[in-house]
Design a protein around this ligand. Structure first.
Ligand SMILES: O=C(CO)[C@H](O)[C@H](O)COP(=O)(O)O
Length: 249
């Protein structure tokens, strides 16, 4: 049985002019987490917002009382320099700092002699995120295979193991894109090997695609336009949760 269903609406589809109120309402409608999309215009061709905005919206949503609990701010860092912003986001009220594997390695490739140092090595970055008191997530773009995560997921040292893996089901950068079912074998492979792992999917999730993702083994569901664009967001959140629970029963 997969870990519990966690529904994390992506606030990328909220009204940025009333973000605090939108976040609070989404929680009242039954969300477990908020998925906070941070884009820097370098790693992805779009810009959202930074830590000061996260600190403001944190005031509208109670902090979780346990790891992975209700009110978790799941910050999806679509940024080129993930190490640089960990402390800033921790201070702002982030709970789970999810960086892209590809960002760690693209920075590494640019470092002198292509070295992977503490700044860029995913293992050291996960340790650093944990040392800063946050949960650590690692995200994969489409095209990056899950085998790159084996060493991390099987590390004997819990400080080096990610608390969650995010499998992108669209190219990161924009909401409202078409779901890529081609990414689901990655979810299946991870679920088979790691029954207790939190596996998040993000991009194009909604009533029409949730069953495929849930059947593959995803338990953390990000949905932006499907929730914020719904007539009845509470109904959509509940439908997503029921699909995950049914698939994992
Ligand atoms: O990370 C993202 C884009 O990079 C968003 O979280 C994601 O695409 C959610 O939007 P939607 O549910 O509308 O597809």
């Amino acid at each position: 049985m997969a870990p519990k269903a966690i529904i994390a609406p992506s606030i990328l589809s909220a009204d940025f002019a009333q973000l605090g109120a939108d976040c609070a309402r989404t929680m009242d409608q039954g969300a477990d987490w908020l998925h906070v999309d941070i884009m820097d215009g370098h790693f992805v061709p779009n810009i959202t917002f930074g830590a000061p905005v996260v600190a403001k919206i944190r005031k509208h949503v109670d902090r979780p009382t346990e790891n992975h609990g209700r009110g978790t701010f799941d910050c999806h860092m679509m940024i080129a320099e993930p190490k640089k912003w960990v402390k800033e986001f921790q201070k702002a009220g982030c709970d789970l700092y999810c960086f892209h594997y590809e960002a760690a390695f693209s920075s590494a490739a640019e470092s002198p002699e292509g070295k992977t140092d503490a700044k860029t090595n995913p293992k050291d970055l996960i340790r650093y995120i944990h040392d800063c008191g946050l949960l650590a997530g690692i995200a994969l773009k489409p095209m990056t295979g899950v085998e790159v995560l084996t060493e991390l997921l099987e590390s004997p040292d819990a400080k080096e193991r990610p608390d969650m893996v995010l499998i992108m089901t669209v190219e990161p950068g924009f909401g409202g894109q078409k779901f890529m079912a081609s990414e689901l074998p990655k979810v299946q492979a991870l679920r088979q090997k790691y029954p207790d792992l939190n596996i998040e999917v993000d991009g194009g999730l909604g009533p029409g695609t949730i069953d495929q993702a849930a059947d593959a083994g995803a338990n953390v569901i990000v949905a932006g336009s499907a929730v914020f664009g719904a007539q009845d967001p509470a109904e959509v959140i509940s439908l997503l949760r029921n699909a995950v629970n049914k698939a994992s029963a």
